[in-house]
Structure formats: structure tokens, C-alpha cells
Design a protein around this ligand. Structure first.
Ligand SMILES: Nc1nc2c(ncn2[C@@H]2O[C@H](COP(=O)(O)OP(=O)(O)OP(=O)(O)O)[C@@H](O)[C@H]2O)c(=O)[nH]1
Ligand SMILES: [Mg+2]
Length: 473
């Protein structure tokens, strides 16, 4: 419910055009209402109303409004004057509210029926039921949040670990946006410098200017690379790293999953072909969320169920971000591997996905050492827990987790835009003799960065982003 007064409302054409379009669609901005607290029973439940009619609707239900931003104890009544609940009434006049519109909060008791009745009273008094994400969408349209911050709202709510929550909070506070703005400002400076050079014939651009442009571009590229790295780390926090455990039957894949997750999640038996279906288990590793996937062992033959299971294993492998290929320590395959014949239980391993070869059941073969190079080869025992710490570290390393300071909880959309910007800057670096092309690449890079905060965007981007809010916030 935080306000963000430090975000200056952007006098941004795209935003205004969009706001105007939304208004044209629905006439004047209507007033929306929704239950803001989670479903189910709770001590307190909140109904929130936002829009020009919010104060009037609240007056009908709760009587006199309190002074702005102070709580008043009130009785909430429906249109017939019947008592629904009693609780606190809060009023935030525009524009000092979450949405930037007039907002009223009715804080009553947190029961599903009470809240539903209270909400219905708001609707009867003229509000419309809010859609998922609509409060935040309005906050964006009113300039209270930029796009990256609006996305961070839902990321903060969805955060699966403390680390992820911290990263989302940083984005929400505007830290990520500020870093993007700082980059854009440097780009604008370089662009205006370049525009000046365009007025001269190429041969007259002195080396001083040329060197200056080169130096500035280099600094911008480094800064962008840093931002991209922090965002890439953050993206891992948001989605969880997909780690697929694969290998022949009976090597101890399910035992490994149970060990890493710390609970008896998967069925373990001495029968080869125990696991049939892929099993997903979210865990935290040093605060980094992973999704461990146990799969059916791969071998030829087997019954129909097992064959379907192996088909699923291949599908999971196609989506893996890290694959643990499990062997039994000292088994024939591992020995072949050691002799460099490259035996692998898995055909069609996805290319470009980091692999860790795990030699399990070390307790049965205590003298076993993984073949060189040992970088991504770890000997473990799912039974005794030996080697598990090394495996954990190897997983984080393989996933590219560097434990970067202060990552930003970025999304695929952000990474894509930043990579596009980086490409244009790279192209610019190659065009330092042709200033027109140089300038054009800078312009395109700036545009790509503008998509992050919402200064530039395709019309349907907002729909895509806010439709991903599955709650009314
Ligand atoms: N001694 C020893 N036995 C293990 C170890 N890990 C697994 N096992 C045993 O190996 C057998 C197979 O283990 P699972 O975890 O079911 O193997 P899996 O790879 O999931 O097998 P499938 O699901 O059939 O593909 C069980 O009897 C386990 O108790 C280990 O580290 N040491
Ligand atoms: Mg299994």
C-alpha cells in the first residue's frame, strides 16, 4: 500500500495517449472496488475502492468520511441500512494514494461472507468490480509507478524466498528504474554530442571528439552489462532454476531428490523403473529457489507406463536449465567415461545446457574419484549425504548464480530489452566512422531501454503485463 512520491510523474506522451484511449473506451474513468485481502478467514479484511466516486460510495456505506489519511471507527451498512460490519474507514484523496485516484479502504472483519457482502454494497452504490491488476494499472496510468515498478508489485507478492522479496522490493522502490534512467541519460548525452558531429563532414570530426564518443560509449556498455548481470541473477530468483535429474534406472535419482529437498518426496525402491512420472519439487538453495525435477530412468524396453515416463523425461530435459546426469559410482558407464569414451545414459541431451555428472552411491565404493576434469563431476552418497554440499555448490555455479550484490528481480521481457539495447550499442561501436549510423544505433538502444520503464512500448504490452496479475491489486 506504499505510496511512491519519489517517482516523478512522467510527462510521457505514450502514457497520456494510452490513458486517453482507456478513457475513450470506458467513458469517464469509473470507480472500482475489490476485496484486497486474501480469501479465507482472517482477523481483518479490507475492501478497497478507487476512483472519482469512491468518497461518495464510502459515505453511503459508512457515513461521514474521516480526515484524509486518518482512521475512523465506522459502521458499514448496505443500501437498506442493514448493518454489515463495523471497522475502520480510511480515506486517501487524489492524488496521494496508491492508484493516484481517490481511494477509500473499509477495514472490517476478515470473513469471506462479511467481505463479500461489503463488496456487494460498494457495487450497489455504483462501483464496478475491479479486474486483476487494475489498481496497479491505474497507478501506472496516473504516473505513480513506472512499468518496471508495477511489475515488481506482483513479484514482491509472489516472491518465493526472502532473497527474491528483497530484490522485488528494490525494483519497487525505483532502484532498478533509476539505474535504467541513469543509463538513458548518458545515452542522451552521447546522442546530442553525436548530433553535433553530424553537421561536419566526416574528415573534419577531430580525434578529440571521436575519442570522447568512444570513451562514453564504452562506459555505457559496461554499465549496461552490469545491469544485465544483476537482472539475470534476479530473474533466477523470480522463476526458480529448473534442475532436472536424469539417468538410468535405479542409480538413485529419487533418493537424491529426497536428500536435496530434505523430505521423503519421491518413492524409492530397489526396483529399477520405480519413478514413472516427472515430479517437481521446489526447494531453496542458499536462498535461491530451484525446482528439482525427478524423472523416470532412461533405458530401452520397459512397459508402456515406463515408456510414457521416459517420453516425459525427454520433455523435461528440453526445458532444463541445469541437468544432473546421475551414475552409480564405479559402474561400467562411469568407468567408460573415465577412459574418455564419452558414454552417456542420455541421448539427445539438450545442447547448451550445463550438465553436472553425479556419481552416486559413494558409500558402496568409498575409494571412487570422479574422472578428470572434475569441475562438473561430483561424487555423492544420497544415503549418507556425503558430497552433497559440493553438489549444491556445483548446481548454483552451473546455473550461473554468482551471488551478485543486490540483484534486480527482472523478467524475461526486461532481459530481452536489455540484450537488444546491448546489441545496438555493440553495432554502434562498429560504426564509429559513420556517425549517422552510429547515432541511429544509439537511438534504437535508448528505445529498447525505454521499454523497461514503459516510456516506449507497443500498445498491447500493458494488457499482457497486467493480465499476469492473478490477484486484484
Ligand atoms: N547404498 C546406497 N544405496 C542407494 C543410494 N542412493 C540410492 N540407493 C538405493 O538405490 C535404489 C534405487 O534408488 P532410487 O532413488 O529409487 O533410484 P532411481 O534412480 O530413482 O530409480 P528409478 O526411479 O527406478 O529410475 C534404492 O534401493 C535406494 O535405496 C546411495 O547413495 N547409497
Ligand atoms: Mg526414481
Amino acid at each position: 500500500m506504499a505510496d511512491h512520491p519519489h517517482v516523478r510523474p512522467q510527462q510521457d506522451g505514450a502514457r497520456e495517449a494510452l490513458g486517453a484511449r482507456e478513457e475513450a473506451r470506458g467513458g469517464a474513468r469509473d470507480t472500482i472496488a475489490a476485496v484486497a485481502t486474501a480469501r479465507g478467514r482472517g482477523g481483518i479484511g479490507v475492501v478497497r475502492i478507487s476512483g472519482p466516486a469512491a468518497p461518495e460510495i464510502a459515505r453511503q456505506i459508512a457515513g461521514e468520511l474521516p480526515a484524509p489519511r486518518t482512521a475512523r471507527y465506522s459502521r458499514f451498512r448496505d443500501a437498506e441500512g442493514e448493518l454489515i460490519d463495523e471497522g475502520l474507514l480510511l480515506y486517501f484523496p487524489a492524488p496521494a494514494s496508491y492508484t493516484g485516484e481517490a481511494v477509500v479502504e473499509l477495514q472490517g472483519h476478515g470473513g469471506a461472507v462479511v467481505l463479500q457482502t461489503l463488496l456487494e454494497a460498494c457495487l450497489a452504490a455504483g462501483a464496478r468490480l475491479a479486474e486483476p491488476g487494475e489498481f496497479t494499472r491505474r497507478a501506472f496510468l496516473e504516473g505513480k509507478l513506472d512499468l518496471a515498478q508495477a511489475e515488481a508489485v506482483i513479484d514482491l507478492i509472489d516472491a518465493a524466498s526472502r532473497e527474491a522479496a528483497r530484490s522485488a522490493a528494490r525494483s519497487l522502490s525505483g532502484e532498478f528504474s533509476a539505474a535504467v534512467h541513469a543509463l538513458v541519460e548518458k545515452l542522451i548525452e552521447l546522442r546530442s554530442l553525436t548530433e553535433a558531429m553530424l553537421d561536419f563532414p566526416e574528415e573534419e570530426v577531430d580525434s578529440l571528439h571521436r575519442d570522447d564518443a568512444e570513451r562514453r560509449l564504452g562506459a555505457i556498455r559496461r554499465q549496461l552489462a552490469e545491469l544485465l548481470e544483476k537482472s539475470r541473477q534476479g530473474a533466477m530468483l523470480a522463476s526458480g532454476i529448473h534442475v532436472v535429474i536424469a539417468g538410468r534406472p535405479n542409480v538413485g535419482k529419487s533418493s537424491l531428490l529426497n536428500r536435496l529437498s530434505g523430505r521423503e518426496r519421491a518413492i524409492v525402491t530397489a526396483v529399477a523403473g520405480t519413478t514413472r512420472d516427472a515430479l517437481h519439487e521446489p526447494i531453496l538453495l542458499d536462498g535461491v529457489p530451484l525446482v528439482l525435477v525427478d524423472t523416470a530412468g532412461l533405458r530401452s524396453g520397459g512397459d508402456e507406463i515406463e515408456r510414457i515416463g521416459m517420453e516425459r523425461t525427454r520433455k523435461e530435459l528440453a526445458q532444463a536449465e541445469v541437468v544432473l546426469v546421475v551414475y552409480e559410482a564405479g559402474e561400467k558407464g562411469a568407468a567408460d567415461l573415465q577412459s574418455g569414451r564419452g558414454w552417456s545414459p542420455i541421448e539427445d541431451l539438450p545442447s547448451g545446457v550445463p550438465l553436472i555428472e553425479v556419481f552416486n552411491k559413494l558409500d558402496l565404493n568409498p575409494g571412487f574419484r570422479p574422472p578428470e576434469p572434475a569441475e562438473n563431476r561430483v561424487a555423492v552418497s544420497a544415503k549418507t549425504g556425503e558430497g552433497l554440499d559440493r553438489l549444491r555448490a556445483a548446481i548454483l555455479r552451473a546455473a550461473g548464480w554468482s551471488g551478485a550484490e543486490a540483484p534486480y528481480l527482472a523478467r524475461a521481457r526486461h532481459l530481452e530489452a536489455m540484450r537488444r539495447a546491448a546489441k545496438h550499442l555493440e553495432a554502434a561501436a562498429a560504426e564509429q566512422a559513420r556517425w549517422e549510423l552510429f547515432a541511429e544505433e544509439l537511438r534504437l538502444a535508448q528505445r529498447a531501454l525505454g521499454e523497461l520503464t514503459g516510456e516506449f512500448r507497443a500498445g498491447d504490452l500493458l494488457g499482457v503485463i497486467f493480465s499476469r496479475f492473478c490477484i486484484v491489486k
